[in-house]
Design a protein around this ligand. Structure first.
Ligand SMILES: Nc1ncnc2c1ncn2[C@@H]1O[C@H](COP(=O)(O)OP(=O)(O)O)[C@@H](O)[C@H]1O
Ligand SMILES: [Mg+2]
Length: 529
């Protein structure tokens, strides 16, 4: 038997000769024998180590052994310890039996039959082992139950927290099975679609929401099965019948028997983007109208003068004069159309004080969705809050385009820097504000640089109008400002920056004599909202 498997057997006997006589037969058991000659020694052993059985030699009138037996049998911590009394019969068995009436107490009479003693000790040790094993099993079991309860409590708390998180999410979070039956519907879904949880649970998702898919439904299901995820745009109905556009992410669960959907209503963002695009086109038309009107006005004035002289020419007969008069009337119509076109695009209100950082914050807010989707980090550095005079809608147009271009240049993410600081344009000795829009995107090719501000120059095929920078330049020039750009190519990547210089307060008025009728090239950019 290995040392670790041995149990302790304690022997207390004040008669050394008797002690010696037990030993050979007990040694055969292969357990660990601890021999003590006094109660104190025996107790100290009992307290230090676990003992399977105590052999107590009883020699009247000494009652040491009985004292020890009493302690062992009374004390709860020795409940697994068996007692074997060895007596010469001079103490009445009945007295001992009365005192220690249990199945872990045995009496052996001297002279000792070694085999019988050995057999008794053996069976008591086996009993002890059995008890120890079952105790160990029980305590293992208790420990496992405790651990499991702990785990369950923890996971319940986790689940509760997750459920709370799912409910504070503004996105619609929905779980449905492979037949489309809804099994989870968070409060974001309630808000997005107008259907309450009770109304939605158990319904078929695409019937309830009347989903229109961008690609055949089978393709989406196939991609979900094969890759486990799908991302795209859906059109769905709210409870009130309004159609909404949603950015949708679907994920298959681990067991492949349910689909988790996270849907975000992007209807208003898309509308805002459409308005932005329309605004860009309108602004372009404004600039074109301004240019045409300007170009037409001068020759028109010359022709009008010539016709006036012609009509009053003394050699002109009645018939040609009538024709000239008709031509003059048509000319008047042309002038009227030019004036009308101009007034349509003309900014109606007076310019106001504009705080550039506020405009930039507006622009970044408008572009927030694209910034997030393209994983772009925004770094704002507003060192100046000095206002400029002008029209907020026009300036917003300029920065929307510059920020929009920067985002489009970083389809795989990057850093967008937006800074504002006061500066002086030394060439004209003008104080003003410098706004930099910097990106870490694809950069500008040297061969494109000279054409960037030309109308219709775009490297974005169908996605670009090629009008943004052209319009921006027109607006900035109107403010007597400047717009420049450059790309620095480094080992860490490209850094492209567009810089807009706007002169300080008063520049706009100086350039445009706002009180009076303005020159023919003025144009108006309609507000983005
Ligand atoms: N931040 C930028 N990084 C790289 N290229 C740019 C950037 N901004 C503008 N460009 C280039 O200038 C072109 C013209 O821009 P723009 O006039 O705004 O028209 P659009 O954006 O519709 O193409 C773009 O197509 C692009 O090639
Ligand atoms: Mg653009």
């Amino acid at each position: 038997m290995s040392k670790t498997d041995q149990v302790n057997i304690l022997i207390l006997d004040d008669q050394p000769s008797r002690l010696l006589s037990y030993e050979p037969c007990l040694t055969e058991l292969g357990e660990n024998l601890i021999k003590t000659a006094s109660v104190t020694e025996a107790i100290s052993t009992l307290l230090k180590s676990e003992v399977a059985a105590v052999l107590i030699g009883i020699t009247p009138p000494a009652r040491d052994g009985i004292e020890l037996a009493e302690m062992v049998s009374r004390h709860g911590c020795f409940e697994k310890t068996a007692i074997i009394f060895i007596s010469d019969g001079s103490m009445k068995d009945s007295e001992l039996v009365q005192k220690f009436d249990n199945d872990a107490t045995v009496y052996v009479k001297t002279p000792i039959d070694p085999k019988a003693l050995c057999g008794k000790v053996k069976s008591l040790v086996a009993l002890h082992r059995k008890k120890s094993t079952s105790d160990k099993l029980k305590s293992d079991f208790d420990r496992r139950v405790d651990e499991r309860t702990d785990e369950l409590l923890k996971s319940q708390a986790k689940l509760k927290m997750r459920a709370r998180l799912l409910d504070i999410a503004t996105e619609a979070i929905i779980v449905r099975d492979l037949n489309g039956l809804i099994s989870f519907w968070n409060s974001g879904a309630e808000k997005t679609y107008g259907w309450t949880r009770e109304e939605a649970l158990g319904r078929k998702i695409h019937q309830l929401l009347q989903t229109t898919f961008p690609v055949p439904f089978d393709e989406i299901e196939k991609q979900l099965r094969e890759r486990g995820v799908w991302h795209g745009r859906l059109t769905q109905s709210r409870k009130n019948g309004h159609r909404i556009v949603l950015d949708c992410r679907k994920t298959m669960n681990e067991e492949n028997d349910a689909v988790l959907e996270v849907n975000r209503d992007i209807t208003s963002e898309i509308k805002a983007e459409e308005v932005l695009r329309a605004t860009e086109k309108l602004a372009a038309m404004g600039r074109v109208a301004g240019i045409i009107a300007h170009e037409i006005n001068n020759p028109l004035a010359a022709i009008t003068n010539i016709f006036y002289l012609l009509r009053n020419h003394p050699q002109l007969g009645d018939e040609p004069r009538a024709l000239v008069e008709r031509a003059e009337q048509e000319l008047e119509r042309v002038s009227h159309i030019t004036r009308q076109t101009l007034s349509f695009y003309r900014e109606a209100k007076q310019p106001i004080l504009v705080f550039v950082p506020e405009i930039l914050d507006d622009v970044l807010e408008l572009q927030n969705r694209l910034l997030r989707e393209n994983k772009i980090t925004v770094r704002r550095k507003y060192y100046s809050a000095a206002p400029v005079t002008g029209f907020p809608a026009e300036l917003r147009q300029v920065f929307l385009n510059l920020v929009g271009n920067a985002i489009q240049a970083m389809p795989d993410g990057g850093v967008l820097g937006v800074s504002v600081r006061e500066t002086t344009d030394w060439t004209r000795n003008l104080r003003g504000t410098m706004i930099s829009i910097t990106d870490t995107g694809v950069g500008i090719q040297p061969e494109d640089a000279s054409q960037l501000f030309q109308p219709f120059f775009s490297t974005k095929s169908t996605k670009g109008t090629g009008l943004g920078l052209w319009i921006s330049q027109g607006i900035v020039q109107k403010y007597e400002g400047r717009i420049t750009c450059r790309t620095v190519r480094g080992t860490g990547g490209n850094v492209t920056s567009f810089r807009v210089f706007l002169p300080g307060i008063g520049a706009f008025e100086r350039a445009h004599h706002v009180e009076g009728e303005t020159a023919g090239h003025e144009y108006h950019v309609p507000a983005a909202h």
